[in-house]
Design a binder for this molecule. Structure first.
Ligand SMILES: [Fe+2]
Length: 438
């Protein structure tokens, strides 16, 4: 008889101890806590034919935005193909989703993860990996809709319910349903204060509604729960920093960067993105960040020719532009131009949005503000294609505003400030830009 994992989804494996470890690892992953990958690797050493554990490990590599993980994904997929005839329907769904990603059909893969939920609404792993693909692909409506497929099969009786609510809240927020999103995020955090994705969803709600005071109060009040021992702590500190920037509290922002966000050779790219995005915003606000860019640019120099996730490329270009590393910038542009001619989702995204945006930031760094303005204006409404959140991609609007300012195009600056004021009527940061434009 088929066994179930701790969430109630079927697994073809029969060793209960292995299945228990899989469940523990999946739950750690939901909390972005260490170290589910290490646990799964240990299980696979003992039981290399544990298909769902291998799907879990492959998914970790699939949702990594670092192309250096792709060979590991391909390796796991090859192993899964050998085991596929023993897989149950749920596991076949995972193998199908992984295979589509390996083949370069990233949108197809994302939808395949959603389709698993039709028959297996208790597959919280498929939900989490699927929502991460939505994030990588900037698919706001899917981020919203995916949890809805299975939410009716969960209730507050489930120990993991806060994670469902947190994912629902983030999806609703990215799709612009701020009131509903905030209500769910608050429930998620009340239910489980350590649910760092729930905290993150609430941070997004407050950011997008222009509520930096509430944001600082909330994030500092529960920092003990989200600020340590999880893979989202740096990103959640980035959100706290955004509130400080919105209040023009630049010294606080720099202090938080230096205390928690300095890039090291061991940093993951997602952490480098937070450092780069913060330093770039501070530069736009006229803050001298000293030599803080150097370790960030060193990190991105390792991946200068990836041309895989355009969101990574945009942040890499920020670091090259800020440090004047023209050789790296040119190498990156050449890699993107090649990738833009290639078939597959990544090439399509780079061609439509990634390359124009990276070129725009490159032009900005070289002081070619009219060129930057033209490139960023043309591409910014397709910028969701490069992935990340709306809050993260707001840096594109700010860079365009500054380019227009430096180009002497006051009319465009006024128009962009009017756009921003619609969403954030009371912002000291916007006021500062308005004074400069005047
Ligand atoms: Fe975020």
């Amino acid at each position: 008889m088929s066994k179930l994992d701790r969430f109630g989804a079927p697994v073809s494996h029969h060793d209960q101890a292995d299945i228990d470890v899989f469940g523990q690892a999946a739950e750690l992953m939901l909390g972005f806590a260490p170290d589910p990958v290490g646990m799964i690797k240990e299980v696979l050493k003992k039981s290399p034919d544990f298909i769902m554990a291998r799907c879990f490990l492959a998914g970790v590599y699939l949702i990594a935005s670092d192309k250096r993980r792709q060979p590991l994904l391909h390796q796991q997929y090859a192993e899964l193909c050998k085991l596929a005839d023993r897989a149950n329907a749920r596991e076949k769904g995972h193998i199908h989703a992984i295979g589509l990603w390996v083949a370069g059909d990233l949108y197809g893969s994302s939808q395949a993860y959603a389709d698993i939920l039709n028959d297996f609404p208790r597959d919280i792993v498929a939900l989490q990996y699927g929502q991460q693909t939505d994030f990588l692909l900037g698919s706001a409506s899917s981020t919203r809709d995916r949890p809805a497929r299975m939410a009716a099969h969960w209730s507050q009786e489930d120990p993991q319910y806060s994670y469902i609510l947190g994912m629902q809240a983030f999806g609703l927020e990215e799709a612009g349903h701020y009131a509903a999103a905030q209500a769910l995020a608050e429930r998620s955090v009340a239910m489980n204060p350590k649910d760092t994705w729930g905290v993150h969803a609430l941070a997004h709600c407050l950011e997008m509604q222009g509520k930096p005071d509430e944001g600082v109060t909330f994030m500092t009040s529960c920092e003990e729960h989200w600020g340590h021992d999880n893979y989202l702590s740096i990103h959640n500190r980035w959100h706290l920093s955004l509130y400080h920037i919105e209040r023009c509290e630049f010294d606080e922002t720099l202090a938080m960067h230096d205390a928690h966000m300095v890039v090291t050779p061991k940093s993951e790219l997602m952490d480098a993105h937070d450092s780069a995005a913060l330093l770039w915003r501070l530069n736009l606000d006229g803050v001298d960040v000293g030599d803080r860019w150097n370790p960030v640019a060193d990190k991105y120099a390792e991946v200068v020719d990836q041309a895989y996730m355009a969101f990574t490329d945009l942040h890499a270009m920020m670091s090259f532009a800020a440090t004047g590393r023209e050789a790296e910038a040119q190498a990156q542009l050449a890699a993107l131009e090649t990738a833009a001619t290639q078939a597959g989702t990544a090439g399509d995204i780079i061609r439509i949005a990634g390359l124009p945006l990276v070129r725009g930031f490159h032009a900005f760094g070289r002081g070619e503000y009219a060129q930057a303005k033209q490139l960023l204006s043309a591409a910014r409404h397709n910028s969701h294609l490069i992935g990340g959140s709306i809050a993260q991609r707001d840096v594109i609007n700010w860079t365009l505003t500054e380019a227009a300012m430096r180009d002497g195009d006051t009319a465009t600056v006024r128009a962009l400030i009017a756009e921003r004021t619609l969403m954030k009527p009371h912002s000291p940061l916007t006021d500062m830009f308005t004074r400069r434009a005047a």
